[in-house]
Every structure is written in structure tokens, then in C-alpha cells.
Design a protein around this ligand. Structure first.
Ligand SMILES: *Cc1c(COP(=O)(O)O)cnc(C)c1O
Length: 579
């Protein structure tokens, strides 16, 4: 049979020579072409795939994603259904093949767990004090990155004095436009209105972002995407840094973290990885007194150290500062002509709870101590929380939850005719299968079951810590073993490449006493067992397990930006996350 002559480009090189080699994978078996792949080749490829993923799964230690998944029996059927939760989870919509009813059940579950008012209500015909305090949220299609972007997007528009108003002229315009004989749409149309800053307070609607040096790169990415100004960008070189070195910095904080104007690039963290509240407070105050509204990102389970910011304490320290400078509540005008305005906060507190928001509520239930770092909506000033669904819980693909309160959403002014914007989410089409995953998981376990799971992982962290300390004694070497309180991560000197691959270890490079140090960490997820840790420790006993790391001094900071270029924000290039 003659082959069709399709118009496609041939490769310039054999991809096999160009792409990274993957142990156990013959890329030739995976190449797609114009023809159906022979069954024999397909089954070879599937065989390699299975071998590869199973081996990786069995030894997975380096990232905070639970590999113990149990969804196949309940849910594999739905792989042959296109389930799309497009639009707002609380408006059923016309794409009826959705699982929004499941999504709402999952969101309610988390609203209760995070101490928000639930169920979600949007009833503009009723007094606002009842429904506006209820939560709003959705299951994101990406991971916590989407929740972080959404939270900061909402924060930016809210603080910068944007309003969504209904365009009263939409219908009249459509009528006029239809006069030339072509149909014109009559959809309710929304307009963005931007409040104007008074001349004597030009920064009233310029939010400034604060986040610690242990913050995940998704927050910095969100700030870049949204063109939000970070505090260093706004302050350095413009006015004197409110922090005095070393008095206002956490113990051991290096002078080398300061820029040429004596400003830190990010809010300092303590050695455990938690935001250093005294420094945060002074930095926020410096901007609050200049009239800027503030966005603070808190971390609840940092990516590398697994550390928790003490959100409740930090907020209690910041509130008096915000009150003092008129940012706790302020009037934002959206219709100067008719003197129409809204009362809004001049701050936004977002919690990046990618990891910790999933299990810390259960640890708190178990501990019953008064000394727990509270992060949720019991803090009445808190505006938003984001969480990943595939980390502690475990899911076959990235997913997560974003949650805020109705009163912080950018909504059209109260209008009973208005039935809520269906396009309230970041993604358009949304993964409706993820709602099923989370529902399947939480319908199978009681709070007590989940408490047991988190206690298991906390105990395992202690186990790993003890084994690594024993290993230090056995090898008579300092392996830089470190652990932050209640963390599920243990950090230590980076192991060699084959151990790093075998256990999927992620790494981070830090300086310590002028010495460059590469660290690895392991994360205690439910899928990790004491046996796996024992195997890992056994591998670390090999003589070449810890290659010597050459000491290098702190590099000379070269001037790579033109002197008159505007400084942007500081971007961690390839760490703080899934490197
Ligand atoms: C993983 C992580 C994120 C990003 O979440 P994704 O689910 O990977 O998008 C954000 N913040 C922290 C602290 C994380 O650990």
C-alpha cells in the first residue's frame, strides 16, 4: 500500500541523541509517527513505563508528594468521561457533565477544617453581614501555584482599588449596533473601575508584597506575572532600610544577603525557615506609614525545610501597625460623582499552605496544645489560603484548593438581578476529576484516621532524624543534619548522584560560614516506611556516598545591570521547589 505523503517536517537530528537519557527507557520505543505503532512496540513501551514508574515510586523520598494512592478501584471508570467543572463551582452552568456537586462537598469539608463560615452563600438580596462572611473557593486545575496566583491576583485588584461594575449601556449599545442588520449580543457586561489615588497620597493604591527568603518560587512567579511590586524593589535606593544590621535580623543572618543599599532582598527567615516577625513588622511599618497597602505571603510548610510561619502571631503583631496608619480599614471610592464607596482592608494576608494546610489541622487536633502555629480563618484578618492536593494527600496529578471569603472577592455591587459571575476562576475549563479524587479520599477517612496518618509521618521524621544522627556517629562526619519543629522534612549533606536519582532527592545550595553547601532533604509522606529509610541509610554508608564539596568563598557580586536600570524583583533561579 502506498504511504500517503504528508506535509510534516523531518527532524534536524535524532531526538534520541539530543534528549536526556533515562535509565531503563529506550526512547526509540516511544517515538510517534504517522503510522499506528505496532502492538509489539506499544507493549514494550508500556513495559518500560511500568518498570520505570514502579521503581521510582518504591524508592520515592525526596519530595513532599505522597505516593500511596488508592483511587483505581473507585475512579478508573471515570477516565472515560470528560468531566469539566468550567466556571464557578457554585453555579451549575450549562456544561452539565461536571462534578461541581462533589467539588462543593470537598470545599465545605475544607471550609470547616480551616474554620471558615460555610456553606458558601451569595445572596445579595439578604443583609450582607450574613452571607459576605461565608467562604468562596474552588478546586484548582494546577497545583498550589494556581491558588497562589489567584490569591495574589485578587489581592492586587482589591488593594489597588479596582471594582467590577455592571456596564449600564451594554444593552442599549447592542440595540444600536443591531441597526445595520447584524445581530448584536446583549450580554451583561462588566467594566473595571480603578479608584484614583489623591494627589497627596499617590501610593494609596500601590500594593507592596512581602514574603520570606524561604518562599516558594511560585509566589515570586505570581508577583512577576501580576506586576506586583516587591518591597525591595519599592524601597531599596529610595529610602533608608528600616532594619538595622544586625540588631533587627535573626541570629546568624548574613550581611551578604543585603543589597548595595543595605536592604534585604526578601524578608529574613530564622534558621528553621519561619518568617522572622520582628523584621517583617518593621518592613511593613516602613511602607504602611508611607501610605502603601500591603500584601503579606505566609508559608505554611516551606518547600525545603518544611517550616511553618506563625501566622496568628505575625498577624497579631501587624494589626496595630495597620491600625496606626489607617490601613486596617479604609474607604475606597468607586463612583466619586455619586460619592459611592466601599470599606476595604488596606492589607491582604495570603497563606501558601501547599503542604501544611492539608495536615496541620489534624496535628493540631492531636496535640491539643495552646502553642500551635495557627494559620486558618480563625485569624479574622486572613484573606486567602492555597493548598496542593497532590502533596500530603497524594493524587495522580497536580491539584489543589484556593479559599477566601465572599467579602474579599471582586464582585459587582450588590444587585439582586445579578446572579454571580460564572467566570470567577483562573482556569477556564477545570479538572472535574480532581474533585472526585479529593472526595474519594476524604469520604474514606475519619478525622481520627487522618490524625493517625499525620502522627505516623511526624514520628517517621523523628525516626529519620535519629538514623541520620547515628550515621554521623558511625561515619564520624558532620552531615549537617537539620530539622525544623513539626516539619516532615529532614535535611543533610547532599548524597552522590546515583543515590540522588535512586531516591528522587531534591537539593538546595546554601552558604554557611562563607562555605557553599549543597543539601538534600527527604520528606516523610504516608508512602514512606521505616524500611525505606533503613535502605536509604544503608546506601549512605557507602564510602562514596557523600562526595567532597569544594569550599568556595562567596562570589564577588558583579554589576550586571546597567546603573540606571530599574531594579526588578529577586528571582530564585533553580531552587526552592521542584528542581
Ligand atoms: C509545592 C509548593 C508550591 C507550588 O505548588 P504546586 O502544587 O507545585 O503548584 C507552592 N508553595 C509551596 C510552599 C510548595 O511547597
Amino acid at each position: 500500500m502506498a504511504r500517503q505523503n504528508y506535509q510534516v517536517t523531518p527532524p534536524t537530528k535524532d531526538p534520541n541523541d539530543v534528549y536526556p537519557k533515562v535509565p531503563g527507557i529506550d526512547y526509540n520505543d516511544f517515538k510517534l509517527s504517522s503510522e499506528r505503532m505496532p502492538e509489539e512496540q506499544r507493549s514494550r513501551a508500556f513495559g518500560q513505563l511500568y518498570q520505570y514508574e514502579s521503581a521510582r515510586k518504591d524508592n520515592f523520598l525526596g519530595y513532599q508528594s505522597n505516593q500511596k494512592l488508592d483511587f483505581k478501584d473507585d475512579l478508573s471508570l471515570y477516565l472515560n468521561y470528560h468531566i469539566n467543572n468550567i466556571g464557578d463551582p457554585f453555579v451549575s452552568g450549562n456544561h452539565t457533565m461536571n462534578t461541581k456537586f462533589v467539588e462543593r462537598a470537598v470545599l465545605d469539608y475544607f471550609a470547616a477544617l480551616w474554620n471558615a463560615q460555610w456553606p458558601h452563600e451569595y445572596t445579595p438580596e439578604l443583609p450582607a453581614k450574613d452571607w459576605k462572611n461565608s467562604y468562596w473557593g474552588y478546586i484548582v486545575s494546577m497545583g498550589c501555584t494556581e491558588g497562589n496566583i489567584y490569591g495574589l491576583w485578587n489581592a492586587r485588584d482589591y488593594l489597588s482599588g479596582k471594582f467590577i461594575l455592571e456596564d449600564p449601556y451594554a444593552e442599549e449599545q447592542a440595540r444600536l449596533a443591531s441597526q445595520d442588520g447584524r445581530p448584536a449580543a446583549v450580554e451583561p457586561r462588566l467594566l473595571y473601575y480603578q479608584a484614583k489615588a489623591p494627589e497627596d497620597a499617590p501610593d494609596r493604591y500601590t500594593p507592596i508584597a512581602f514574603y520570606s527568603q524561604d518562599t516558594h518560587y511560585s509566589i515570586i512567579k505570581a508577583i512577576r506575572v501580576l506586576s506586583i511590586t516587591a518591597f525591595n524593589e519599592a524601597g531599596s535606593g529610595k529610602f533608608c532600610c528600616p532594619l538595622t544590621y544586625p540588631a533587627d535580623y535573626p541570629p546568624g543572618y548574613s550581611l551578604h544577603y543585603l543589597d548595595e543599599n543595605g536592604w534585604p532582598l526578601e524578608v529574613p527567615s530564622d534558621n528553621y525557615g519561619s518568617i522572622y516577625v520582628p523584621a517583617l513588622k518593621k518592613l511593613v511599618e516602613a511602607f504602611a506609614k508611607r501610605g502603601y497597602p500591603v500584601i503579606v505571603n505566609f508559608n505554611y510548610g516551606t518547600t525545603f525545610k518544611g517550616a511553618y510561619d506563625n501566622v496568628a502571631y505575625a498577624v497579631s503583631e501587624l494589626v496595630p501597625v495597620l491600625q496606626q496608619y489607617g490601613l486596617y480599614e479604609r474607604e475606597v471610592e468607586y463612583n466619586p460623582e455619586h460619592k459611592k464607596s466601599d470599606i476595604r482592608t488596606g492589607f491582604w494576608f495570603h497563606v501558601d499552605g501547599a503542604l501544611g494546610a492539608a495536615y496541620m489541622p489534624f496535628l493540631e487536633m492531636a496535640e491539643k496544645s495552646g502553642n500551635f502555629p495557627v494559620f486558618d480563618f480563625r485569624i479574622k484578618e486572613l484573606q486567602s489560603i492555597a493548598m496542593s492536593g497532590h502533596k500530603w494527600i497524594g493524587a495522580p496529578w497536580p491539584c489543589g484548593i484556593y479559599m477566601t471569603k465572599v467579602k474579599y472577592q471582586l464582585l459587582p455591587p450588590d444587585n439582586p438581578m445579578y446572579i454571580g459571575s460564572p467566570d470567577s476562576t483562573f482556569a477556564g475549563s477545570r479538572n472535574g476529576f480532581s474533585a472526585l479524587l479529593l472526595w474519594d479520599y476524604f469520604s474514606k477517612y475519619s478525622y481520627q484516621d487522618l490524625i493517625n496518618k499525620v502522627l505516623y509521618t511526624e514520628k517517621l521524621a523523628q525516626y529519620a532524624l535519629d538514623r541520620l544522627k547515628e550515621l554521623e556517629q558511625y561515619l564520624e562526619k558532620d552531615l549537617w543534619v537539620e530539622y525544623s519543629p513539626r516539619s516532615l522534612a529532614v535535611r543533610f549533606k547532599q548524597a552522590n548522584a546515583s543515590i540522588t536519582f535512586k531516591y528522587s532527592l531534591s537539593g538546595e545550595v546554601l552558604y554557611m560560614n562563607n562555605e557553599k553547601r549543597a543539601y538534600s532533604h527527604i520528606f516523610m509522606m504516608e508512602s514512606v516506611t521505616p524500611k525505606l529509610i533503613d535502605n536509604f541509610i544503608a546506601d549512605l554508608k557507602a564510602p562514596d556516598a557523600f562526595p567532597d564539596q569544594q569550599s568556595t568563598g562567596v562570589p564577588y557580586r558583579q554589576e550586571i545591570i546597567t546603573p540606571d536600570a530599574k531594579r526588578g524583583i529577586f528571582i530564585p533561579l533553580n531552587s526552592r521547589g521542584f528542581k
